[in-house]
Design a binder for this molecule. Structure first.
Ligand SMILES: NC(=O)c1ccc[n+]([C@@H]2O[C@H](COP(=O)([O-])OP(=O)(O)OC[C@H]3O[C@@H](n4cnc5c(N)ncnc54)[C@H](OP(=O)(O)O)[C@@H]3O)[C@@H](O)[C@H]2O)c1
Length: 353
């Protein structure tokens, strides 16, 4: 096999890491490619699920003796602590690799130190190759580690005139089946799906990841969370059907926020404790408004249907904006047509002080 560059190997490692999205929490996604001394690929691995082998261990096992004198190319700094598995730094030293190339340093205080351990064993360590790309692939976990609460994606569906339901309250379905299938794929990458009790009372959604054609459920389901100050979620609501874990988060359990609803920062902190790194906020308009007003949304994903209603509730309510100067500005990062609809992805710009 022909030799590959370290840069090319990192591109592949990032691709491998992405295969773990949605199944590794509370751990990060990690990919690793092992090159022998001639630069040939002799091992590949990714972290597939929490408690399972780390990417480096999988790649080292494939490479066997050919790892000696080679280069390990890994998307995240190898861990240096004994968790459910032994440290990857030690495994790389024992395998006799000559060089380790890392995209992103590990911000997790309990796992960091891998690069120092490798260097003290005489291994050359380079950090920062394809860093931005690897960061983007691991954004939920890295964000959670750095600031202490999970990464929040607000997803909504609306007509071209921004309505989330018709005047009579009907909203199923605003967007096409293709767009809804896309939402299920998005749900499959997160650890928790969050809605307000208003959505449960109006729509009685299941909030599971499933095949829309035959209704079959995915093996791994995100935690379903209903934000419900006073515990109004009916006993026979579909979110209580046992198809996935459900948490009805009440003010009594989580705490009360300044507007009298559930305390949202406390809710996110509690979700982190439950191992959640990525949250999909699926509405409705009032809860989304409260999250945005509090600056707790990291990414917006809007599905816009080429339809007009002219009346009916807006996609967003009370986001703390009363004049145009206070508008929440977004940076568009992607616009994709999904079936007949548009999927628009955007990041809220950081606000001044
Ligand atoms: N098109 C879409 O993407 C989409 C998505 C979802 C829903 N919807 C539509 O939205 C409508 C429901 O709207 P909605 O605004 O009532 O639903 P919602 O945002 O899901 O629920 C709002 C409720 O959440 C509770 N809540 C608890 N803590 C809160 C906090 N800190 N901040 C804000 N709310 C908090 C409040 O009820 P308590 O005070 O009782 O706790 C509040 O009334 C339905 O017609 C549904 O079809 C559309």
């Amino acid at each position: 096999m022909a030799s590959v560059s370290v840069d090319e190997a990192m591109r592949r490692a990032i691709e491998l890491a992405a295969r773990g999205l949605g199944t590794t929490s509370p751990n990060p996604v990690v990919g690793c490619v092992l090159l022998d001394a001639d630069g040939e690929v002799v091992g590949e691995g990714f972290h597939a699920y929490a408690g399972g082998p780390h990417a480096e261990i999988v790649a080292l096992a494939q490479a066997g003796k050919r790892a000696k004198g080679g280069t390990a190319v890994v998307t995240l700094e190898p861990c240096d602590h004994v968790g459910r598995t032994s440290p990857c730094s030690t495994a790389l030293v024992q395998a006799g690799v000559a060089r380790v190339v890392i995209a992103v340093p590990d911000p997790n205080p309990v796992a960091t130190g891998g690069a120092a351990t490798l260097r003290s064993a005489g291994i050359r360590v380079d950090v920062g190759v394809r860093e931005a790309e690897a960061e983007a692939g691991n954004v939920a976990w890295l964000t959670t580690m750095r600031r202490g609460w999970p990464y929040v994606i607000w997803k909504y569906a609306a007509t071209l005139d921004g309505r989330s339901a018709a005047a009579d309250g009907t909203s199923m379905w605003i967007t096409s089946e293709a767009a809804r299938m896309d939402v299920h794929a998005l749900r499959a990458t997160v650890d928790a799906v969050v809605v307000g009790v208003g959505t449960v009372l109006a729509d009685d959604p299941r909030l599971t990841v499933r095949n829309l054609r035959d209704g079959s459920l995915a093996i791994r389901q995100p935690l379903r969370v209903v934000v419900d100050s006073a515990g109004r979620t009916p006993g026979d609501a579909r979110v209580r059907d046992g198809a996935a874990r459900t948490w009805v988060a009440t003010a009594a359990e989580v705490g009360t926020g300044p507007d009298g609803g559930v305390d949202l920062p406390a809710l996110l902190a509690a979700l982190r404790t439950r191992g959640v790194r990525a949250v999909l906020l699926e509405g409705g308009p009032r809860l989304a408004g409260a999250f945005l007003a509090a600056g707790l949304v990291d990414r917006v994903v809007g599905y816009l249907a080429p339809r007009l209603l002219g009346a009916g509730p807006a996609a967003l309510v009370d986001a703390g904006v009363s004049t145009i100067a206070e508008a929440i500005d977004l940076e568009l990062t992607d616009v994709t047509q999904v079936g007949p609809d548009l999927r628009i992805t955007a990041l809220p710009r950081k606000r001044e002080g």
